[in-house]
Design a protein around this ligand. Structure first.
Ligand code: NDP
Length: 278
């Protein structure tokens, strides 16, 4: 029987800390706020933006939603980001991905004030995280580290195998794990014999976007399994790991839903308040 690493208790502990911090800032007359920039009508982004809005209102943090049409030009979006960069009531900016094809996400990332860049998209923040000089990685890898810490998972000297090398999950997570003295292997779509790598892992992190592709036969009994994937399968949400088959042999596992995703949202708000010390 695996330890089920639910996201809720980890998220609740951070929410409590952030609620207190936001309250203290309000008492001091400090205004902090999150600006979410939504271009087009990507369903997942709209739902995520709604969650963030609710969370902000629960925590007493201002929420600015800029919902723009799918025809918005790159220059129009840049003008909006410049306004948000200059707005003292906005302490964090999150442009939702994906952006429509006429907008280059790299140009948008470079236009963000690095201090307000809550998902570490700006090259300065990417570089600082890669160099191990900043803990402010994108929200999802930070959520993975938070869950592992909450459940007391030992990392030093362990071998982690991450499946997925995206800039928003796999790569920055590899940097954060290296910073905790974990030996890290990063696999991707061109990795031959993925199972051979996974079977060596003390810690498996799946960040692929393929429903239930990580099977029980790929997991060493006693491994810790973190499932970042969020996929729709037959009308329900499932992860990248075949949970029912893997759970009985893992030492610990995150569920989907209710695992990493639950904590990622809170990580956004943690980043919004980051310039004020705890
Ligand atoms: P991307 O599509 O950007 O990256 C997917 C990665 O998986 C790529 O590196 C790709 O390899 C690799 N991959 C694809 N197929 C295989 C395969 N058959 N074997 C091994 N590796 C493979 O996805 P994201 O990183 O943005 O997201 C990954 C998952 O995490 C998705 O399900 C997404 O919904 C979820 N997610 C969850 C969040 C949360 O808060 N819980 C937040 C962000 C994402 P290659 O580079 O070679 O193409």
């Amino acid at each position: 029987m695996a330890l089920i690493m639910e996201g809720k208790p980890a998220a609740a502990a951070i929410r409590a800390r952030l609620t207190e911090k936001a309250g203290k800032l309000r008492d001091q007359g400090v205004v902090c706020g999150l600006a979410v920039v939504l271009v087009g009508d990507d369903h997942a982004s709209i739902i995520y933006a709604e969650w963030l809005g609710k969370l902000c209102s629960n925590l007493g943090i201002r929420y600015h939603l800029a919902a723009l049409s799918a025809e918005t030009t790159q220059n129009e979006l840049l003008a909006l980001i410049n306004q948000l960069n200059a707005n003292p009531e906005v302490s964090g900016i999150l442009p939702m991905m994906p952006l429509p094809a006429q907008i280059n996400p790299d140009v948008i990332a470079r236009s963000l004030d690095p201090e307000k860049d809550v998902d570490a998209m700006h090259p300065l923040n990417v570089g600082l995280v890669a160099a191990g000089k900043s803990p402010w990685a994108p929200c999802t890898p930070r959520a993975v580290m938070t869950v592992l810490e909450h459940y007391g998972i030992e990392l030093a000297g362990k071998h982690a195998v991450i499946v997925g090398r995206s800039n928003v999950v796999g790569k920055p997570l590899a940097q954060l794990l290296l910073g905790r003295d974990t030996t890290v292997t990063v696999c991707h779509s061109k990795t031959p014999d993925l199972a051979a790598f996974l079977r060596q892992a003390d810690l498996v992190v799946a960040a692929v976007g393929k429903p239930q592709m990580i099977q029980a036969s790929m997991i060493r009994p006693g491994a810790v399994v973190v499932d970042v994937g969020i996929n729709e399968l037959d009308g329900r949400i499932v992860g990248d790991v075949d949970y029912a088959a893997v759970e009985p042999l893992a030492a610990a596992i995150t569920p989907v839903p209710g695992g990493i995703g639950t904590v990622s949202t809170v990580m956004v708000l943690e980043a919004v308040l980051r310039k004020w010390p705890d």
